[in-house]
Design a protein around this ligand. Structure first.
Ligand code: ZN
Length: 482
């Protein structure tokens, strides 16, 4: 790293003669040795590797999976690698609904063999696009794992002196809490024979809508990485929006996450032979209860396929460009990654639920239903009952100077992200959900009491106070670094 100033000095002193050169060279060597602790160099690299699945793989995200029959836009695993001279970390964001720990860990082991990066120093997450296919199939799993490993390897191979900065900007217009209190009780039935207090995705513009059951997080966080000549190497955005959707059925798409990346790269990327192309990335914040539907609106506007997604990506890219202008990049920051596992109890059915399911199994196809998914949930509950009693949950904090990036392996409710941001001892904090595993929804205990889809046993799988344990652990991890 110190060859550059040395070379420059050698050129300017060349005419002064050999002895003078030697003397100056010794002085420079000395000053370099003395300066070494002060002149710290940050290295960064970024890369994107395609992970589009083969056609015929099953698109997941709804109640019934269906085969992919067309590629609308390619899917990617995108990586940013950072090195402060002491610690090397990587962030990998994949276009997928949610990736299990088994796949991530296989990729980690390959990365450890090919690079010097510690397995615990990599934060891996899925964007939560609903037009991708299951990650754990025989055909697709090797493509996904190799794609993740190659993205990290390439990013590490491209490490170069860099500078880093961050900022944020609010965009409340595209995020809506999707859980609503509504007067009409028939709209609040749950698949367990009961009635909830709130309903997920109520009918748009319905007269019985009262108010949303939780907040939104309007913040777009922006992490910018540039080469020391100012060339944009990568940009990582973070917004708490589930996804946008509106794809043609059966088509593979990275959703607005992919479109955002394209748009921001057009705005900030420069094609220079001296640097690799910019990598634009949008990660998902805490959006377990947030979507893009304005439930109050009664206009009934129908969007053409991909139209809405395009519009949202445009707006978010414009806002990120605005936030990017305010960033003051730093030449060096200390980098740390902390990883911790916590055990969470898996939810199990109680005697009354078992009685209910026993009665349900006697029902005929023609009998009236309390809820249209009651049988699907009976199966989901049975699977939980037969499964393990406890999960090990990976939690991660990446500390980049005054910025903390948290990783939670659930579809996390917005209020959890807001609490972490408010209580974090770091100047700026944001959370990436579905990180390092995919364990279903994470509501708060209050939201569990209100009920609704995300809290149903089978959609939610862990103990009802899980969010409190996770929040307390992450804050403790952050305080241990501060
Ligand atoms: Zn979801």
């Amino acid at each position: 790293m110190n060859t550059r100033p040395q070379k420059k000095w050698m050129i300017t002193i060349r005419p002064l003669g050999i002895s003078c050169v030697l003397l100056t060279f010794i002085c420079i060597q000395k000053s370099i040795a003395e300066d070494k602790p002060l002149k710290r160099v940050l290295l960064a690299g970024a890369a994107a590797i395609e992970i589009t699945p083969p056609l015929g793989e099953m698109v997941v995200g709804g109640f019934v999976p269906f085969p992919a029959n067309q590629i609308h836009d390619p899917l990617f695993a995108k990586c940013i690698a950072l090195d402060d001279g002491e610690n090397r970390i990587a962030i990998v964001i994949c276009d997928n609904l949610g990736i299990r720990r088994e796949e991530f860990d296989k990729a980690r082991r390959i990365i450890a063999e090919r690079t010097e990066i510690l397995t615990a120093n990599i934060l891996m997450a899925a964007t939560h696009t609903h037009s991708a296919t299951r990650g754990q199939t025989e055909k697709y799993s090797p493509i996904l794992i190799e794609g993740i490993a190659q993205a990290v390897q390439k990013a590490v191979d491209q490490l170069e002196p860099a500078r880093i900065g961050w900022s944020s900007i609010d965009e409340p217009s595209e995020v809506f809490n999707r859980r609503w209190f509504l007067e009409d009780e028939t709209l609040r039935h749950n698949p367990f024979g009961g009635v909830d207090q709130v309903r997920m995705n109520p009918p748009r513009g319905h007269l019985s809508l009262v108010e949303p059951a939780g907040p939104i997080d309007p913040e777009i966080s922006v992490l910018s990485i540039q080469a020391i000549d100012g060339t944009q190497l990568a940009l990582l955005g973070n917004y708490s929006l589930h996804y946008v959707g509106g794809v043609t059925r059966g088509e593979i798409s990275a959703d607005y996450f992919g479109l955002f990346a394209e748009k921001i790269t057009k705005k900030l990327g420069q094609s220079k032979a001296s640097h690799p192309p910019m990598v634009g990335i949008l990660s998902n914040g805490t959006s377990g209860d947030i979507n893009n539907i304005n439930f109050r609106a009664r206009d009934g506007r129908r969007w053409a396929p991909y139209e809405k997604m395009e519009q949202v990506a445009d707006l978010i890219a414009n806002r990120v460009e605005e936030a990017h202008r305010k960033i003051e990049h730093q030449d060096w920051i200390p980098i740390r990654s902390i990883h911790r596992e916590i055990p969470l109890k898996v939810r199990k059915s109680d005697p009354s639920l078992r009685d209910y399911h026993r009665e349900l199994s006697k029902k005929d196809e023609t009998d009236p239903v309390h809820h249209r998914y009651e049988k699907i949930y009976a199966d989901r509950v049975r699977n939980l009952d037969l499964g393990p009693n406890q999960y090990e949950i990976p939690l991660q904090c990446l500390c980049l100077g005054d910025l903390a990036i948290l990783g939670i392996p659930f579809e996390t409710f917005a209020e959890i992200g807001l609490e972490l941001k408010a209580k974090s001892p770091f100047k700026k904090t944001f959370t990436i959900e579905l990180a390092n595993d995919s364990r279903g929804y994470l509501p708060t205990p209050r939201q569990h009491r209100l009920g609704g889809y995300e809290t149903w046993m089978g959609t939610n799988r862990v103990e009802k106070n899980a969010s409190e344990k996770i929040t307390a652990t992450l804050l403790e991890m952050l305080r241990s670094v501060k």
